[in-house]
Ligand binder design. Structure first.
Ligand code: B3K
Ligand code: ZN
Length: 859
């Protein structure tokens, strides 16, 4: 497959002002007639042909200006049509089989309903079209289908007409007044029930809201509806953005490759991000629904009204929209905990990506398959980059910048550079050097040393941007660091400073310190970097107990543990050094458990141990087994040492009645955290408490938490509760997914055997991406089982990739990065991981998706 490069961008030689589509719907055969009005693009070259993208489709008939023609050729899947004049009308008829579409791209069938996924290049699987984001057209769509099979007919925009046809059919016509690229097209036809709501916009327009789900799911749509209404209001208040159609429809689909899709006026969602009630969804699931509903809604402006010129600009819409949904969730749930959660995802997913073979800048320069670039780098690091702009200019100036961007580029397909220019002008920032964040991959390393002399504290700060496969020599980047210097005696500081690094090495002086202060750095995680500093444990213990910046407090605790586990798993500690480090951690741990000023939600964050991927990331070459052993050892040691305190906390919070308020949510979070520690320190006791928590549970958070702990233990309660859980929720796909995931990610020594058995379970299917992820993504993230010393875990994932690739290449390719980490793993395991990648590479029928990821991972 060819490499596509950002520098080769050329505008499309034709404009397509109007697109008409006619669908004659059937699960096995759908006939599509598309009528395109085309005009020469004055900005494009004067090519005598038009190239229309196609993928796995063929044209039944083609007419140009009303006359059937056979003067066309194919170039791979694409259709080349000679067009002599300056404007023409092209009519093309294609026929597709949605029931055979297991890739879930284009038009496909899911439980008898028809739906679409077009981003990035799925529209070309429906009809021939210039399937690129810079070709905007106004769509009018007519669909006809069986009234019984498809009582609901939905498309983008507003419904303009409907009627009854012959032989039990009916039809609907939808018109979307907003010009859009083909990737935002959507169609849904099926037997669905609906939850209706409404929203009055800031200018007083009434918008009808609707959430469509399968029969039986209606009473789990309330949270999604409430989240949608909050999102609409928030975007008006925070970014001045108003909704622009008379209807906003959401459809939930259980077969879906990712979370959701922002099609204009018709968002299509994975059921996982729509359906929630306390009995079947955890607090985390509730937050997921709220966040994804907001994200897709916010795309209406950052993505749809202003879209991307080409796919290299993907972060223009995704990075910005992730930042917008993060700020929204911070406002809904509280800033401190949300920030910690976002950083945890960044560091456990994006940092490893940025230091591995698949590293790429947030605005990539080349790709073979664009689906492989919907990455944590483009999304999450992209959001961090825009967040840094906001940190440097402040929220008011930031709003001026975004206002200018929305105003200037409304209705356009824009670039990241357009966004940067609007920020420079509107927010008053100079982003000359900052642009490097868009072109350089790799997580910057910042080394900080503090010296104290007289009454002055001097910080010496050095930065390096590590080499990545695409680029070896990097330039220093602007890094906004929020810092505070604490007085050791008073436990207070005199105010936060924002320093912006912009050179390889710099010093900063702070006066007025008779004694060396305690440095709190990268407060609020003001920059997506990793920090190295030589600071005594006692300073970290101090910050873990006293820092007034919640993130920095969390970070001090993480640092303390990371430093210890890194040293211990690298074999650098003898017993007495291990004991000393554990004592420092215990001191901080104890102060967190007993701090009455802390809410339980924050307490739950502060006591969470860093994950294995993040720990492995700290070492050039990591031994997953050694890290796992040390991490479990520390957990058991803390669990035993603080047993009585932990039991008391569990008793205290168990008395609180269920509620969705933050105190009640915090109680549930710490409750399961307590069990996690006790399970390591005193398995017998933990098993009893977890079984009791399971039995008493009146909500999924408590029930799943208890079952998670039990699943890792070898006690009789484990089997009992796993059987009970499956029986209790039989038929509820999303909860059965949890049942698979809990076993695949468990600490149980036989997790591998369990995964093999689950693959044969009647509820398992390779056709449903949620189910595949619930078994195998959970397994690939299970450090102990995936990294089993004999390589069995690697083999399981490689076998999965080979089996899934012909069915669903996009989902198959998502499993490659877990094996692609081989260079950073100790030699014996690295060789086995590499061998599995080579085995996959040998297959001569790999999809473009998997081929690209495997080749890059071996490269
Ligand atoms: N824009 C979609 C992602 C499409 C992924 C295609 N492989 C969802 C989102 O980011 O909101
Ligand atoms: Zn998005």
């Amino acid at each position: 497959p060819p490499v596509i490069r950002r520098e080769d961008y050329k505008p499309f030689p034709w404009l397509l002002p109007v697109t008409r589509l006619n669908f004659e719907l059937g699960v096995e055969t759908t006939r599509v007639t598309s009528t395109l009005s085309v005009e020469r693009n004055p900005a494009g070259d004067a090519s005598p042909t038009i190239t229309l993208n196609g993928d796995g489709i063929s044209a039944l008939t083609i007419r140009i200006d009303g006359k059937q023609t056979s003067e066309w050729t194919m170039d791979g899947g694409n259709l080349l049509l000679p067009l002599p004049g300056a404007s023409h009308e092209i009519e093309i008829v294609t026929e597709i089989d949605p029931s055979a579409n297991s890739q879930l791209m284009g038009l496909y069938a899911s439980n008898g309903m028809l739906c679409t996924q077009c981003e990035a290049e799925g529209f070309r699987r429906i009809t021939f079209f210039p399937d690129r984001p810079d070709v905007l057209s106004t769509y009018t769509v007519r669909m006809t289908g069986s009234q019984d099979q498809f009582p609901v007919l939905l498309c983008n925009g507003n419904k303009s007409a409907e009627g009854v046809g012959e032989n039990g059919t009916h039809w609907a016509e939808w018109h979307d007044p907003w010009p859009k690229p083909s990737y935002l097209f959507a169609l849904v036809a099926g037997d669905l029930v609906v939850n209706r709501g409404s929203f009055t916009t800031m200018s007083g327009r009434e918008v009808e809201l609707a959430i469509y789900v399968r029969d039986g799911d209606l009473d789990r749509t309330g949270h999604a509806m409430a989240s949608l209404i909050k999102s609409m209001k928030w975007d008006e208040e925070t970014f001045g953005r108003e909704y622009d159609l008379d209807v906003f429809n959401i459809v939930a689909v259980s077969d879906f490759n990712m979370g959701a899709m922002e099609n204009k006026g018709l968002n299509v969602f994975n059921t996982k991000y729509v359906l929630a009630d306390p009995d079947t969804a955890t607090d985390g699931d509730f937050d997921g629904v709220e966040g994804v509903i907001a994200h897709e809604y916010f795309h209406n402006w950052s993505g749809n009204r202003i879209t991307c010129r080409d796919w290299f600009q993907l972060s223009l819409k995704e990075g910005f929209t992730v930042l917008r949904d993060q700020l929204f969730s911070q406002d809904m749930q509280g800033e401190a905990v949300k920030r910690i959660e976002d950083v945890r995802i960044l560091r456990s997913v994006q940092f490893p990506e940025d230091s591995g073979p698949l590293a790429h800048p947030i605005r990539p320069d080349s790709f073979r398959e664009i689906s492989n670039f919907y990455t944590s780098t483009v999304y999450n690091k992209g959001a961090e980059v825009i967040r840094m702009m906001r940190t440097m200019c402040g929220p008011e100036a930031f709003r001026k910048g975004t206002d200018l961007y929305f105003d200037r580029h409304d209705g356009e397909a824009a670039t990241c550079e357009d966004f940067i220019l609007a920020m420079e002008e509107g927010a008053g920032l100079d982003l000359t050097q900052f642009r490097l964040w868009y072109s350089q991959a790799g997580t910057p390393k910042v080394d900080i040393a503090m010296a104290h002399d007289g009454d002055t504290a001097t910080l010496t700060v050095k930065q390096t941007v590590p080499p990545t496969a695409d680029l070896a020599d990097k330039l220093p980047m602007p890094i906004p660091l929020k810092i505070a210097l604490f007085n050791r005696e008073t436990g207070k500081h005199e105010g936060e400073h924002l320093i912006v690094l912009n050179a390889a090495e710099q010093t900063f002086e702070f006066g007025g310190f008779a004694q060396p202060p305690v440095l709190s750095v990268n407060r609020g995680f003001s920059a997506p970097i990793s920090i190295e500093r030589d600071v005594p444990d006692e300073d970290l213990v101090f910050l873990a107990a006293k820092d007034d910046d919640s993130f920095a407090r969390y970070e001090a605790m993480q640092d303390l543990i990371v430093r210890h586990l890194t040293a211990a798993s690298g074999g650098a500690l003898d017993d007495s050094a291990r004991e000393a480090a554990r004592m420092a951690i215990a001191q901080a741990f104890g102060s967190i458990l007993s701090d009455d000023a802390l809410d339980d939600s924050m307490r739950g964050e502060l006591v969470m141990l860093p994950g294995l991927t993040y720990l492995a990331e700290q070492q050039l070459i990591a031994d997953p087994a050694a890290i796992h052993t040390e991490r479990e050892g520390l957990k058991a040691w803390l669990g035993a040492r603080f047993e009585s305190e932990l039991v008391l906390i569990h008793q205290r919070v168990s008395k609180l009645p269920f509620g969705l308020d933050s105190a009640s949510r915090g109680a549930r979070k710490i409750k399961t955290q307590v069990l996690v520690y006790l399970a390591a320190g005193n398995p017998e006791l933990a098993s009893k408490m977890a079984a009791a928590q399971y039995n008493a549970a009146d909500n999924m958070t408590d029930r799943q938490g208890a079952l998670m702990v039990l699943t890792g233990l070898g006690t009789a309660a484990r089997t009992d509760k796993l059987i009970d859980f499956h029986r209790r929720y039989k038929g509820n796909e999303l909860v059965v997914d949890k049942w698979f995931a809990l076993q695949a990610s468990s600490l149980h020594p036989h997790a591998i055997e369990h995964v093999k058995a689950l693959a044969e379970h009647p509820d398992f299917t390779m056709r449903n991406p949620n189910r595949v992820r619930s078994l195998y993504m959970a397994f690939a993230a299970n450090p102990q089982a995936f990294h089993a010393a004999d390589g069995e875990g690697y083999k399981i994932i490689a076998d999965l990739i080979l089996a899934l690739d012909p069915i669903n290449p996009q989902t198959a390719a998502r499993f490659v990065p877990s094996l692609g980490r081989w260079r950073r793993i100790e030699p014996a395991r690295a060789a086995m991981m590499r061998a599995e990648l080579e085995r996959i590479a040998k297959s001569d029928s790999l999809s473009r998706d998997t081929f690209e990821q495997v080749t890059r991972s071996l490269g």
